[in-house]
Design a protein around this ligand. Structure first.
Ligand code: NAG
Ligand code: NAG
Ligand code: NAG
Ligand code: NAG
Length: 263
């Protein structure tokens, strides 16, 4: 693979020298050219992709995602395979996107606010066996070389639902209570086969200190918060988790800010 890379670079250099009339040189084989725009860019070998895999839809799908490589490594393409130990190698087809590949607005929001905003690469793995160890191999390839990221997991270990959506909070009339309602994350496929549980967290500030209470887990998609104080501001969030506690809880939903009426 490395030799192949060197060979491609050699021919890129020859091509650059032949096709451009001026100012092109080949230092250490590290200069490539885009003939149409005559823009010179320095190409580097690919770095190992920082791959994160999780199942927002147990047991049907696993998503693997990694950031777009820096400009200096492009064009880079990826070969993504997964297999059982000593088993047949299956391939998934990575594609770059700035949108969440499954229907969940919250997921897209987190993406927009991740440390590397913009495009990420995604690969969707389907038809996985339960309680079975898979080896994932994501190989980054560009004209200067290739590097593989390998990881092992069972789908049960990487379950992580998306947060609930449409969280609303209402004051229950003539009481010091709040009614919180939400909808399950749309990306979770089958609520009959594998139900979700939820937790509700509410926070408030008193004399400069933040306090919080977390309720749950429970199956219902609404909850009454009792014992609140008039005039106080509460921040309410909900998260979801697989019914039997597989994997991780979802992230918390974005906070909803409510002020209790002052009597
Ligand atoms: C982005 O996320 C960080 C940590 O997760 C948080 O502190 C920050 O407020 C967020 N920014 C926006 C614009 O939501
Ligand atoms: C990972 O995939 C690459 C590209 O298909 C392949 O060359 C490499 O041998 C694989 N590595 C392992 C450990 O399977
Ligand atoms: C959330 O609210 C929007 C707008 O009211 C609605 O279109 C959508 O179906 C709701 N999602 C769920 C999962 O209930
Ligand atoms: C909640 O709302 C109140 C009143 O609108 C505002 O003063 C406060 O900063 C908000 N808190 C947060 C954490 O958004």
């Amino acid at each position: 693979m490395f030799q192949q890379g060197l060979c491609v670079v050699f021919w890129l250099c020859v091509y650059a020298l032949v096709s451009l009339h001026s100012g092109v040189f080949c230092s250490n084989g590290m200069v490539t050219t885009v003939p149409s725009g005559k823009i010179k860019t320095y190409l580097e070998p690919p770095s190992r992709p920082d791959v994160h895999c999780w199942s927002p839809s147990y047991p049907f799908k696993v998503l693997c995602s990694w950031p777009e490589p820096p400009q200096s490594q492009r064009p880079t393409h990826y070969i993504a395979t997964y297999s059982l130990k000593d088993g047949e190698i299956q391939q998934c087809h990575p594609y770059p996107t700035s949108m969440s590949p499954l229907p969940s607005p919250e997921l897209s929001l987190q993406r927009a606010n991740s440390s590397s905003p913009g495009t990420r690469w995604f690969c969707i793995l389907e038809g996985l066996k339960l309680y079975t160890t898979y080896q994932l191999n994501i190989t980054a390839v560009n004209p200067l070389g290739s590097v593989s990221h390998l990881q092992l997991w069972t789908i049960e270990d990487i379950v992580k639902p998306d947060p609930p959506v449409n969280v609303t909070v209402q004051v229950v009339p003539r009481t010091l209570k709040l009614l919180v309602r939400w909808a399950p994350p749309p990306s979770w496929s089958d609520h009959e086969l594998v139900p979700l549980n939820y937790r509700v967290r509410y926070q408030w500030e008193k004399e400069g200190t933040f306090h919080d209470i977390t309720l749950g887990p429970f199956k219902e998609t609404e909850r009454v918060l009792p014992g609140l104080l008039p005039g106080r501001v509460y921040l309410v969030q909900v998260c979801s988790m697989e019914y039997f506690g597989l994997g991780q809880n979802s992230d918390w939903s974005p906070p909803v800010n409510v002020t209790m009426p002052a009597d």
